[in-house]
Design a protein. Sequence first.
Length: 319
Amino acid sequence: MPRRCCDPSGEKVVPMSAPKKLFIKTYGCQMNVYDSERMAEALGGEGYVETKSPDDADMILLNTCHIREKAAEKVYSELGRFKGLKADKPDLKIGVAGCVAQAEGEEIMRRQPLVDLVVGPQSYHRLPEMEAKARTGEKVLDTDFPEEDKFEKLKNRPKAKRGPTAFLTVQEGCDKFCAFCVVPYTRGAEVSRPVARILSEAEALVARGVKEITLLGQNVNAYHGAGEGGEWSLAQLIWALNDIDGLEQMIVELDAALLVLSPLVSQLGKHHDAHVAKDVRGALEPLTELAERTGVAIVGIIHPNKSGSTDPHSLISMS
């Protein structure tokens, strides 16, 4: 039953419909956690609030990962558990998002007819329109790699206070096409977000109470987003984020030992930040050990001098 309430004059009674409930289960990487947040925000504009139980939900979304062994079969197994729930609640809508959705596409609906929508990781900004179609009984599929920037199309992030940590996607996709990896096929070509949009989102997160941001991407090292004066490197982006008041810590998970880190070291040298240099050196120690074992060259390991300052020329190269 809709709730009812009086207007301030006390003369009218107007119906208030209860919010719809959304249950999202997230598999896999940190970027999927970020994507799930953005999906929930997109559907929040359509009257959804999150719930922790699928039993309470008006819509269930599985945000999937295709990296693990038998990833698709695990999703089909999970969907099978919802058959009874769907039978009891015919209006319940069930969707599959993420990399398994991208890889399997229409096959998901064929194998599990209870699924109402399938959306890939580059199309979830279209979820509100897809949900509206699903509500009419239509089966909806969108695994395109659209030309439009999904981050530009997504609604502004809510202003409500949140916890002290957050993820922030700065780069997506990969152009390497390694034989063992599905990322180029599920996430698409390598794309870096523009600097201004990243800074704007970071500032909004800090305004909501965030103190620590983890920068995400399939290949964060290769960041080359459009910024003032041309293309920016990851090092330039980090120092721009460092200037945001209230942001106390950033976490950057570097992709692989074989990538060149010298631009980051050069920026560290310019800023003469011994504390940052120490943190970077500590983070890179496992990579130097890997280099010694494998013979892979690493360029740009920070080497502070005795005074504790960082010298951009004090680099060691291992081969």
